[in-house]
Design a protein around this ligand. Structure first.
Ligand code: KIV
Length: 289
């Protein structure tokens, strides 16, 4: 991927403003799928903070400020407790920390399902208050009218089908979907309904591989897989999962780093240094000139 991005040198106390760079647009990403083929798969990861976005930005086409922040950042039991205010605060931070990737923000549970008008009011607020370029919402054919309403009024929408965490109370858990014929047909039909309604992409989460492939073939928009298939048009993971921030690794996650262990070792060393009064040392203290 060619990019003009330069990783800036912010510290925990300063956030320099980099030279403005051109951000990838949603239409440019959408146009990657031509006649059902996506030559260059779409790279997407989640971010919830400005610094995290800075580190991902160079490498990603899309950064998702997902409502998984409920569990990952806030320690909530599910994404159902996430509010619009949380998404706006974190989404704005992600936009401030990124200059290249297009930013997508999850619409939280209860802020878009009641009607297309409710969805438009809240999605417009998300875009206006964060500066992000699109929103993501969960649900299949039932949300098609809303997707058409938003896209026709200037809000690009990413759909989300299969395992939809906001529907955990209806689904009964976080298990993979599409194992029965009925469920498999519904997932493909849901993806198609969203694509036909104007969604530029659909996340396919936790779906048995042949159904993820069938859905990818059935739709003209991009499919972004998570626990789905490498044949999807792109992939997404929760960054903390792929960075190894958690010890439990779900089947669909590949651990690309061992951050939990690295942080634990670093903190143990810091604690030992503080207790031994060997931190701060001469290098970290200000001495009279
Ligand atoms: O909330 C989220 O992070 C998501 C991704 C896992 C797709 O929806």
């Amino acid at each position: 991927m060619s990019t003009t991005f330069q990783l800036d040198t912010s510290t925990s106390r300063s956030h320099p403003t980099p030279t403005p760079l051109r951000r990838v647009t949603i239409p440019a990403i959408r146009q990657r799928k031509v006649d059902g083929v996506t030559a260059e798969p779409v790279v997407m990861l989640t971010a919830y903070t400005a610094r995290q976005a800075q580190l991902l930005d160079e490498h990603c086409d899309l950064i998702l400020c997902g409502d998984s922040l409920g569990q990952v950042i806030y320690g909530l039991p599910s994404s159902l407790q996430v509010t619009l205010e949380m998404m706006i605060a974190h989404g704005a931070a992600v936009v401030r920390g990124s200059y290249h990737a297009a930013v997508v923000i999850d619409m939280p549970f209860g802020t878009y399902e009641a009607s297309p008008q409710q969805a438009f009011t809240n999605a417009a607020r998300v875009l206006a208050e964060t500066g992000a370029g699109s929103v993501k919402l969960e649900g299949g054919a039932a949300m098609a009218e809303t997707v058409a309403f938003l896209t026709q009024r200037g809000i690009p929408v990413m759909g989300h089908v299969g395992l939809t965490p906001q529907a955990v109370n209806v689904l009964g858990g976080y298990n993979a979907r599409g194992r029965s014929d009925v469920e498999a047909k519904k997932i493909v039909a849901d993806a198609k309904a969203l694509s036909d309604a104007g969604a530029y992409a659909v996340v396919i989460e936790g779906v048995v591989e042949p159904i993820a492939i069938a859905a990818t073939k059935a739709v003209s928009c991009l499919t972004i897989g998570i626990g789905a298939s490498a044949q999807c048009d792109g992939q997404v993971l929760v960054t903390e999962d792929m960075m190894g921030m958690f010890e439990r690794v779900p089947r669909f996650v590949k651990r690309y780093a061992a951050m939990a262990e690295t942080i634990s070792e670093a903190v143990a060393q810091y604690a030992a240094d503080v207790r031994a009064r060997s931190f701060p040392g001469i290098e970290q203290t200000y001495q009279p000139k």
